[in-house]
Unconditional design. Structure first.
Lengths: 321, 321
């Protein structure tokens, strides 16, 4: 099974706080194999988990590792993509890990690492040709975006492009995990909504929507916050960078049909008194992914291909800390 | 005087609501001649004023018009740079004007048109090599920014990149000219501050600062709004695009030494509770131009050079209207 057919296979891993989702992708974008494994805690467990996921995919494919062109890993936290370093991935117990080199040494396959939201942005853009320039807005535990310009991840000068979750939109708002008050993330981050709801549960945002549907006023207020925050994030992205499209993904999009109309309606009502804002047609420029769309793994698989072609846009992030 | 020495001369015009500032610039950036003229009202007067400014510069230079490589015009309003059209420049009485072609026909010199803030961004970047990616934040009657990536103006998908003045940062704030409430521009736009102050005068923002210095509490509140709004604009630009530098220009920078420390202090105090925001060092990433820095004319002079070299970043704006 090796040879020409196998020569274009790239593997992408989406390493999350609880699970690793892996995909093997052909040059034409076809998904050839998929795997899902629990994530471990700490440097060695993260490396071992990634290696095991790749090994399982190669076994499924019936290929030798020589037929895999590259491995890409999307992972939360601060990532130095040029050095393949993961820095401050607190949910994984990683402070500073040379993940790319460790996986490359274990498997003998070129390996690239990227922040998971930025990887997902690349994946989302690959599924939406013509939607560029594009922002991918991740509504998960936290809120952050990735920008795609000219087919590539726009990292900015220091790697913090897309951090719109920490723009303050209400000086009277709730205190954010970042220390500021009234960040966008306090309104539409899953973690912040769960804390504000305060009743625990595995799916607190779903619980909030259910309670709001049942007439609970506090839940209705939090649901309104979710729509308001997501609308503010879309505005921040379009008014600063004028992306054509904002693709919304992340854990909260598992509730997509229950939140998409509300976000669009909020974008419209916020623009009701402003001909300028209406002229931007923001409600028509957003698109929600389905909750199970594996964009981070797809984008991770593209990292090797994307990084191999330098461009004037390919800003490398300096190492932090 | 024609020949090699003259072959690199470019002319840049900054067409404002009351005056046209023109510059003749050599290839090495030297300013060879400067002119200042009043601006007229309406299509014909705007064209005639631009032509007269160029003619005056050529006379000063003692050159023939053949030695001028290009004319660039920065002008307020919505500009379709690819077509050389000025659209909705309400302060000039222009609804839709083919300014580039009219000036080209009159003088026989290639002519390019750009929004004045975007032209100023290009000019500011040319004065600050190594400061890229860069945002130029214009604090004038209104508030808007221009982004420079890879040496070029980033227009975005529809030409509205940099419109951070209309991001809402306080739902309880003042109503903006755009129709929304609590836009950044309501806090730090010269027009909005003058309206809030309500006492007329030629230099209302200077009057506000003077009154604040004398202990007037309402003026002190408006001064605090100015610092707060400018700090919010800087955050919006850096957290969305991660520009390395935010260069601040525009009419309000005539008051530079009286506002720069306040903007820096506000950036620091807003970050006081947030290690994440502190890690961005925003107060060190801003730079105020002096009030008389002719960045818009300098940038306009560069339009011909910049537009002549296509790049993947050279997004053209579709025609609006």
């Amino acid at each position: 099974m090796t040879g020409i057919a196998g020569s274009g296979i790239r593997i992408g891993l989406d390493v999350g706080g609880t699970k690793i989702a892996g995909l093997a992708v052909a040059d034409d974008g076809t998904h050839l194999a998929a795997v899902r494994r629990p994530t471990g805690w700490g440097d060695a467990a993260v490396v071992d988990g990634a290696v095991a996921a790749v090994t399982a995919l190669i076994e499924q494919l019936g290929e030798s590792s020589r037929s895999i062109r590259s491995i890409g890993i999307g992972i939360p936290g601060l990532v130095d993509a040029s050095e393949g370093l993961v820095l401050h991935a607190v949910n994984l117990g990683v402070a500073s890990l040379g993940l790319a080199s460790r996986v490359r040494e274990a498997l003998g396959i070129p390996c690239f690492v990227e922040n998971d939201v930025k990887a997902a942005a690349l994946g989302a853009a690959s599924l939406r040709p013509g939607a560029e320039p594009m922002a991918y807005l991740n509504l998960g535990t936290g809120v952050a975006a990735g920008l795609i310009i000219g087919g590539r991840i726009w990292r900015g000068a220091r790697g913090t492009a897309g951090e719109v979750g920490h723009l303050v939109v209400d000086p009277q708002g709730r205190v954010c995990g970042c220390g500021q008050r009234g960040c966008i993330e306090t309104l539409c981050g899953g973690g912040a909504l769960a804390r504000a709801w305060g009743r625990g549960g595995d799916l607190p945002v779903k619980d909030i929507l259910d309670a709001a549907d049942s007439g609970d006023e506090r839940a209705a207020g939090l649901r309104a916050d979710l729509f308001r925050g997501a609308a503010a994030a879309v505005r921040a992205l379009v008014l600063s960078t004028d992306v054509e499209t904002v693709v919304i993904g992340g854990g909260l999009t598992a509730l997509g049909p229950r939140i998409e109309p509300g976000i669009r309606a909020r974008l419209r009502s916020d623009a009701a008194e402003s001909p300028f804002m209406q002229s931007l047609h923001l409600d028509e420029r957003i698109e929600l992914l389905t909750g199970d769309s594996p964009v981070a793994a797809i984008g991770a698989a593209l990292l090797g291909a994307a990084i191999a072609v330098p461009s004037p846009l390919d800003k490398e992030m300096p190492s932090h800390g």
